[in-house]
Design a protein around this ligand. Structure first.
Ligand code: ATR
Length: 276
């Protein structure tokens, strides 16, 4: 039988994952396909049963099911357990369904070469930040501060992951010159018309890297602001592609071409924006 993969979520129509994975499958001449599946609210358990019954070899999980899927899987790997969220499900040779989380590692990969002693400032303490902080921890990074609108949520993340230091957004803004890498994960990044920024950047180091996990728009209001300071900026497309490539490698034991895919998707999203 032709192998098939999927992504489940709600909404799912605008997901770029089917294009990305289908392109890679074709490029690597694999007899397989990847389809988007819209899962109605309250129907997750049935959808997972159907995926298993119909022979799906593995699937991605996106909003809002990354946490809710956990009880329906046979095993969860260590990273996904700590993060409390799964974005990739792999069917093993003995028919078990195992959950992984490739988001955080995908994000770190999108930064390119960085040093383990780089000082990192996370803006936001939600689910996305949790995955990324955990991946930084796994990779041996120690200098991490988490700044959040609700300080208690930053404190909780520090406590849960036993790493870093909690800050208010104001403290982050006032001490911005201390950080080499600034990662914007708050929901503010998604409002394309918004000019509201989580913090001001006037104290940024000239060799800092500013990353946003959002890829649509390619240049978020936060990255637009960062560009005014002429620092290196990185949008969320790299994270999307690298998390997908890692999932692809778990399923197929092959590494697809991520760099080419970032260029193609940038073009599709109407950008000529290249990370500097
Ligand atoms: P995700 O899974 O994308 O991380 P989330 O878990 O809902 O989404 O987290 C959203 C993050 O954006 C949180 O850190 C949230 O801050 P609070 O903990 O204070 O809610 C942050 N956020 C949302 N709206 C914000 C705003 N208007 N200003 C600053 N931070 C905001």
């Amino acid at each position: 039988m032709k192998k098939w993969f999927a992504v489940i979520g709600n909404p799912i129509a605008h997901s770029l994952s089917p294009y990305m994975h289908d392109t890679w499958l074709q490029e690597l001449e694999m007899e397989a396909t990847y389809i988007p599946i819209h899962v109605e609210e309250g129907k997750l358990e049935g959808a997972v049963q159907a995926l298993k019954l119909l022979g799906c070899s593995g699937w991605n999980v996106t909003v809002p099911y990354k946490e809710a899927i956990i009880p329906f899987l046979d095993e969860i790997d260590e990273s996904a357990t700590h993060i409390g969220a799964v974005n990739t499900v792999v069917k093993t040779v003995d028919g078990k369904f195992v959950g992984y989380n490739t988001d955080g590692f995908g994000f770190i990969q999108s930064l390119g070469p960085i040093k383990a002693d780089d000082r990192i400032l996370m803006l936001g303490a939600g689910g996305a930040a949790r995955g990324i902080v955990h991946a930084f921890k796994q990779r041996g990074f120690k200098n991490i501060a988490i700044a959040n609108r609700t300080y208690a949520n930053a404190e909780k993340l520090v406590e849960d992951l036993q790493l870093g230091q909690a800050l208010t957004l104001q403290e982050a803004e006032d001490n911005l010159e201390l950080f080499d890498i600034i990662v914007q994960t708050t929901s503010l990044g998604m409002k394309s018309n918004s000019t509201t920024l989580p913090i001001k950047l006037n104290k940024i180091k000239e060799d800092a890297i500013v990353a946003d996990i959002v890829y649509n728009p390619l240049v978020t209001p936060f990255l637009e602001e960062a560009e005014k300071y002429n620092v290196r900026t990185i949008n969320g497309l790299g994270m999307l592609v690298h998390q997908g490539a890692l999932a692809f490698s778990y399923w197929n034991e092959l590494n697809p071409d991520s760099d080419e895919m970032i260029l193609r998707l940038t073009e599709q999203l109407g950008g000529n924006y290249v990370n500097r």
